[in-house]
Ligand binder design. Structure first.
Ligand SMILES: [Mn+2]
Length: 319
């Protein structure tokens, strides 16, 4: 029997990358079963490229769904067929599994900018400007007439709520709102209460390793000739999180040196106050220019800035 097709989100996976992989693999397995009738159905397996976020672990555990398997890369032995891969929640080589250029990408389902992935054959590339990949996955269940089980509905709902910061982010669309309303009714939760419960799973930020504090949700971008790292730490306790500033800065300086980043920008995002404290290390001139600020010790409070993608990365890459 052929090896399963893996469904995988980006490096340093967030809840959307995990949940979309779980939900989309479920849908693809359902569709494969229907298509195969008697024969052997194609199998899809959700996997991940890094540690499971605490909120993903909590939601998956609460509905009894197995955690996606951790993989190191998507390479196969020289004589073996290429690993077939469905990418969810990313479409840039930089954010993809190591060895992606040796694998066969069979589908992409995403909600980010198009970032230069090249394939050998035509594939299904579904990219929509919605608030989360999980929202697109829900639409795909509907489009294909596959019933969304309560367990998967809850997992996908959690991802829409984390990716859109409980629908407060400017990336949240009317479609995301409608899907949240529908899924909340299906699984019997209040979306705001459930969203806060999901965010609260993160906790422990006073004691978590500083590398996790800074890097757990970090993405590399190519800005002209420079490579930059933009990290985001979402919190419900900004003052508490900022007590880690000195340690964070030291780690960020090390990252600049080790990886040659022009700068590392950490957004410490307060989801209650709805804004982010910018902490920048390295050559911060571009950040200062784009946002008209002066990065300094203590950071700079940026009211209303919640979305790395729409309000930060897009501006820096467009400069
Ligand atoms: Mn996402």
């Amino acid at each position: 029997m052929a090896e399963p097709i893996i469904v995988v989100g980006h490096k340093n996976p967030d809840n959307d990358s995990i949940s979309a992989a779980v939900g989309y693999a479920y849908l693809k397995n359902e569709l494969a079963r229907r298509a195969a009738e008697e024969g052997e159905a194609e199998a899809y397996e959700p996997v991940r490229l890094g540690p499971l976020p605490p909120e993903s672990s909590w939601v998956l555990g609460s509905v009894g769904i197995e955690e996606p398997r951790l993989i190191e890369n998507v390479r196969t032995d020289d004589d073996a067929p290429k690993q077939r891969v469905v990418l969810v929640d990313h479409n840039e080589v930089r954010q993809a599994a190591d060895g992606i250029e040796e694998a066969e990408i069979v589908e992409i389902v995403d909600h980010h900018r198009i970032g230069g992935m090249v394939t050998a054959s035509p594939i299904m590339f579904l990219n929509l400007p919605l608030g989360s990949t999980a929202s697109i996955v829900v639409q795909e269940f509907e489009r294909n007439g596959v019933e969304l089980p309560d367990s998967i509905a809850k997992v996908l709902l959690s991802a829409i709520l984390t990716d859109t910061v409980i629908l407060k982010s400017p990336t949240a669309t009317a479609i995301d709102r409608a899907i949240v309303e529908k899924l909340s009714a299906q699984v019997g939760v209040d979306p705001t209460e459930f969203g806060l419960a999901v965010f609260k799973q993160r906790g422990g930020e006073g004691s978590m390793p500083i590398k996790e504090f800074v890097c757990a949700d970090s993405k590399e971008f190519q800005a002209g000739d420079a490579t930059v790292l933009i990290a985001q730490h979402e919190t419900v306790d900004l003052a508490g999180a900022m007590e880690r500033e000195d340690e964070a800065r030291e780690l960020m300086r090390g990252l600049c040196e080790e990886h040659g980043y022009q700068f590392v920008l950490l957004m410490v995002t307060d989801i209650i106050a709805e804004g982010s404290q910018f902490i920048c290390e390295g050559d911060c001139e571009l950040v200062n220019r784009v946002f008209g600020i002066e990065c300094a010790p203590g950071g700079v409070w940026m009211p209303g800035i919640l979305s790395r993608k729409k309000q930060v990365a897009a501006k820096i890459l467009g400069a």
